[in-house]
Design a protein around this ligand. Structure first.
Ligand code: HEC
Length: 123
């Protein structure tokens, strides 16, 4: 192999590496655009989920606390009106946060998004 060929192969590898790296770092986080379900409200709901630390008691995808039920498929099993009512009022064992209607809607949308990505086992 001539010296020139080696240089060309190295150059080609370098270009491929740079294109790949640029693509990973610029396109890797475009989840919201690729997924219409995770709209602005659902993203706000996710932020509220973190702010109120709901996962200290609840699991999503099996990760989180064990004081309350896993909420991954709550929306499809019990409906969003039910979930929203509990989020707004709390229960004997779940705190009442003084969450607003708009916040409860956002959290419910986030939970709907999670539900849409879940694996639904037949019971
Ligand atoms: C201190 C623990 C605790 C925290 C924190 C908590 N929850 Fe709960 N949650 C519970 C418990 C326990 C239940 C089950 C109802 C009951 O037994 O009172 C519940 C029930 C629910 C339900 C109904 C689930 C079902 O399948 O019936 C939803 C929806 C829910 N919580 C959402 C939330 C959200 C959203 C947050 C954060 C804003 C949150 N919870 C924070 C303890 C908690």
């Amino acid at each position: 192999m001539r010296r020139n060929d080696k240089f060309l192969i190295l150059l080609a590898l370098l270009v491929m590496f740079l294109v790949y790296t640029a693509s990973v770092y610029t396109r890797g986080t475009e989840l919201s655009e690729n997924n219409p379900m995770l709209d602005t409200a659902a993203i706000q709901g996710k932020v509220l989920w973190q702010k109120y630390n709901c996962s200290s008691c609840h699991q999503l995808y099996g990760l989180g606390g064990f004081i309350g039920p896993d909420l991954t498929t709550t929306i499809s099993r019990k409906g969003d009106a039910y979930a929203k009512a509990i989020i707004l009022s709390g229960t004997k064992r779940m705190p009442h946060y003084g969450i607003t209607e708009q916040e409860a809607d956002a959290i419910t949308k986030f939970l709907s998004y999670v539900d849409s990505t879940a694996i639904h086992y037949k019971r």
